[in-house]
Write a protein that binds this ligand. Structure first.
Ligand SMILES: CC(=O)SCCNC(=O)CCNC(=O)[C@H](O)C(C)(C)COP(=O)(O)OP(=O)(O)OC[C@H]1O[C@@H](n2cnc3c(N)ncnc32)[C@H](O)[C@@H]1OP(=O)(O)O
Ligand SMILES: CC(C)C(=O)C(=O)O
Ligand SMILES: [Mg+2]
Length: 514
């Protein structure tokens, strides 16, 4: 008998992008979608088309350009969302509309203010409308894990009757425990016999750290689609990490006895690409893709691994695409070595970008004795995250900082703001604070610097300084920016100006759309 095939539904570009500060440009979404297709996921949820012009465009471009996986868009259970979603996904080889409505008591009564019967009616109408456009329709009863079992079954029955081909059971707030969640899926199969004729999917969040365990419990209970995000990113504590689910199903094939059709050797590259484009770095001990996962420090472990890797490794590094190769980069390295290293990190670079990066690497190699992998990655991030000329509403022309012992650090700045020259000065607790205060004397005060992080990439006092900052605006939108320089103050100024430009770009786009 053939094994049950598990459909991998990737929602990195939709739910993953709901991670605060993770917003991606249309082009970045397209680059990630191409990589997800190489990884071999079955479905890519590319965005929420009604959310913004940018998200509509991203879903449309993914639909137009990606071959292989189904391309899906999210829509609330109303006509406008579903119509807009279809406009974006209709170009796909295999389009899917995913519509949803919340079913738990607290969501129904306090958020939607709808009766149980009204929700069922809305479900029917939404699925029918989507079905009018597209054969492949997914329906999710949002917050299913906190919905009474019988009512959840009533809603699912209505959605199947109306034509849904996939029913997705979300644990929207990461509340479920593994056995309980598996039992919920069993209950569904038992009480809704027609569930056997559609795909039963799960979508788990990680608020209690159970997202992967709950997804796997659902697979054991008979679910045939699992939703997740690369690196486990997503709303709040994130979604189930797709690479962890994949490697569980493969490494413990003996236990799950299911098939997945995926090229695991693309996992590491996909993870690095996402971390590099979103700036959401993963912890070193993150399962499957963390930097320490195939490293051994302790003598007893090293001794064991030297005899036989299986003593302390349950997966092969090369099976997840972690080559462990350490190309040494220096001033004698050329563009091929730089490209090879960055390609392992998931970067897809234009010739111009490769030239820029190689030049900066050589500059650094002239100043530092050694250029390490992390230096090259930081330089590539810096080069690929540049704003275009038209996106730079604010530019720094000059700045000076005066600091020393027994004096208050003072800074002066000369900026160009929408073409006009502005000068200002400021004082602060330190030189970075002083220059930041000077900038803020000419910039919209509703923008606030809410976080500042400084990291030395490698090396000693001549190391590259990597500054990342978070700004927030009056609507609590978050803008993340990072910049690199050998000079800490220059890196800080560049990051702050980049963050301000990101916020101004968002404002300009919102004004154009309204
Ligand atoms: C669990 C999840 O991940 S769900 C997906 C969450 N993702 C997002 O919300 C990101 C994208 N969202 C957005 O851009 C915006 O919220 C939009 C464009 C969808 C809607 O924006 P707004 O019209 O300004 O509404 P706002 O977000 O403030 O409130 C949500 C509205 O949708 C309604 N709603 C929420 N869920 C649903 C649903 N599944 N079906 C129908 N209506 C819904 C709410 O009742 C509220 O309605 P109201 O405007 O009549 O009060
Ligand atoms: C839209 C739905 C599936 C969702 O993201 C959730 O419930 O978490
Ligand atoms: Mg979700």
């Amino acid at each position: 008998m053939s094994k049950r095939r598990i459909i991998l539904f990737d929602t990195t570009l939709r739910d993953g992008e709901q991670s605060p500060g993770a917003s991606l440009t249309v082009n970045e979404k397209l680059v990630i979608a191409h990589q997800l297709a190489r990884l071999g996921v079955d479905v890519i949820e590319a965005g929420f088309p009604i959310a913004s012009e940018g998200d509509f465009e991203a879903v449309k471009q993914v639909a137009q350009n990606i071959k292989g996986p189904s391309v899906c868009g999210l829509a609330r259970a109303n006509q406008a969302d579903i119509d807009r979603c279809w406009e974006a996904v209709k170009y796909a080889e295999k389009p899917r509309i995913h519509t949803f409505i919340a079913t738990s008591k607290v969501h129904r009564e306090d958020k939607l203010k709808k009766s149980p019967e009204e929700i069922i009616e809305i479900t029917r109408n939404a699925v029918k409308r989507a079905k009018g456009y597209c054969d492949d329709v997914e329906f999710s009863p949002e917050d299913a894990a906190r919905t009474s079992l019988d009512y959840m079954c009533d809603v699912v029955r209505a959605a199947i009757e109306a034509g849904a081909t996939t029913i997705n059971i979300p644990d929207t707030v990461g509340y479920a425990e593994p056995k309980e969640f598996g039992d919920r899926i069993r209950y569904l199969f038992k009480h809704v016999p027609e569930a056997k004729n559609v795909i039963i999917s799960v979508h788990c969040h990680n608020d209690l750290g159970n997202a992967v365990a709950n997804s796997l419990a659902a697979v054991e209970a008979g679910a045939t689609q699992v939703e997740g995000c690369i690196n486990g990113i997503g709303e709040r504590a994130g979604n189930a990490s797709l690479e962890e689910i994949i490697m569980n199903l493969i490494t413990r094939r003996d236990y799950f006895n299911v098939d997945v059709a995926v090229n695991t050797r693309e996992i590491y590259k996909t993870s690095r690409l996402l971390a590099n484009l979103t700036g959401l770095e993963i912890q070193r001990n993150k399962p499957i893709v963390g930097a320490n996962v195939f490293a051994h420090e302790a003598g007893i472990h090293q001794h064991g691994v030297l005899q036989n890797r299986e003593t302390y490794e349950i997966m092969k590094a090369e099976d997840v695409g972690w080559t462990g190769e350490n190309l040494v980069i220096g001033k004698h390295s050329g563009k091929h070595a730089v490209t090879a290293l960055l390609s392992e990190e998931g970067f897809q670079l234009s010739d111009h970008q490769i030239r820029q990066i190689t030049e900066k690497v050589k500059d650094l190699a002239d100043k530092q004795k050694m250029v390490e992998r992390d230096d090259v990655i930081a330089i590539a991030r810096d080069v690929t995250n540049q704003l275009s000329e038209e996106e730079q509403y604010v530019k720094i022309e000059e700045f000076a900082v005066f600091t020393g012992s027994n004096m208050t650090p003072t800074a002066s700045v000369k900026l160009r703001v929408y073409g006009d020259q502005k000068t200002a000065s400021g004082t602060g607790d330190g030189p970075v604070d002083a220059v930041s205060n000077a900038i803020w004397n000419v910039i919209d005060p509703s923008l606030k610097l809410v976080e500042y992080n400084l990291k030395a990439i490698t090396g000693g006092t001549d190391a590259l300084a990597d500054v990342s900052i978070k700004l927030s605006d009056e609507s609590d939108n978050i803008y993340i920016a990072r910049a690199l320089d050998e000079d800490v103050i220059k890196a800080s100024v560049k990051a702050i100006i980049k963050g301000i430009n990101k916020a101004l770009n968002y404002k300009e786009r919102t004004l154009q759309n309204s």
